[in-house]
Design a protein around this ligand. Sequence first.
Ligand code: ZN
Length: 435
Amino acid sequence: MRNPHRLLVVVVAGAIGLAGAVARRPGGSAGGPEAAATLEAIYALPAERAETHVLQRGETLSGVLARASITGQELADLLLALRRHENPRRLTPGVEVTVRRWVSDGTPRAVEVRLNADSTVRLDRSASGWASRVLVTPTTVDTVYVAGQIEAGRTLYQALVEDADLKLPVKERVQLVGELAEIYAFKLNFAQEIHPGDRYRLIYEREARPDGTARRRRILIAEVQSQGRTYPAIYFRGEEGDGDYYDREGNSLRSGFRRYPVDYVRITSNFNWRRYHPILGIYRAHLGTDFGAAHGTPVKATADGTVAFAGREGGYGNVIILRHANGYTTRYAHLSRFAAGIRAGRRVRQGEVIGYVGATGLATGPHLHYELRRNGQPIDVRTAKLPGGPPVPKALRGEFEKVVEERFALLEGWVDSAGPRFAAARAERSPEEGT
Ligand SMILES: [Zn+2]
């Protein structure tokens, strides 16, 4: 069934739009060009008529254009021109297609395929056929300063998202909290370790579209003051790589997990969704890694955390489950015994001995069965991209120091001015092709 209302007709009058813009220009002393601008724009005739159609599920661009009476060789030429920038078959529902026609005789003069918020393929018809080019939405770069203090009964999320003084769209604030939480993922647990009186401040750079929405954002520097300690995070990128966040000394903020819970590891069984179980005699997923080690070998916590469980549990035998920041848990099974004081609720530090290798539960011999999960989902520790980054390389230390100095000066500068909690420094950026 075709919905007749789906074809949204927008009459765009190029001539009217232009004249209107001129007429709005301020000033207007008698005589000269200002006087000319007060001419009623309505007298200009629209040169073209435009229809915009949103591609629906199951529709093809060819189908839409055929209904707009672009068919046959002309359609083939147009698709060929489009193909230089985008595969017509790959267009997804929601893509906007605008057909522009001459008002005089109704013939198509241009077709615009809006691929996303940032780029549109414009196809222009000429005597020699269709020509295509990509139009990229121009953006400007803003630098934004955000700061605040956590009040009693509020989380960092609430402080940022519900701050009435912050002149930022709510969606952008929500994204900002997410990015901040990610940066500090292995230093601070924003849900539990942020307290009333804690302060935060940060500076980020964003690329904004003319409608004010951000296309890209990057936190350049952040600082959280919590319980008398200061946690800076400075973005730094060497000549290659994606860049990362570091503290003032150049240590990566992403250094939360050791890969293995025992020293000098010998892996005897890997993570496997379908493995033959030697004792049960059946195929069953092995959602962890087994480390062969002598009975009594110390087992160490792979990250800071809290003991969620320490006791006996079925095939795991003596098992310890640690809860870490941001949804990570680790599990250490078949232990011969627990280290002194290891019980539920106890906080442990990365590298702390929590138990000793054994063969309790379903185990053929002494080994450590180790599991890492995030939000309950098992992760293969050997291949997972574990949060844990190297420090700034020695060769780049000089450059890093300069960046640190600049960023702190930026942060302090805004604080010293004591007034605005939000400020933006604008820099024009010329439109560039692609993303
Ligand atoms: Zn195992």
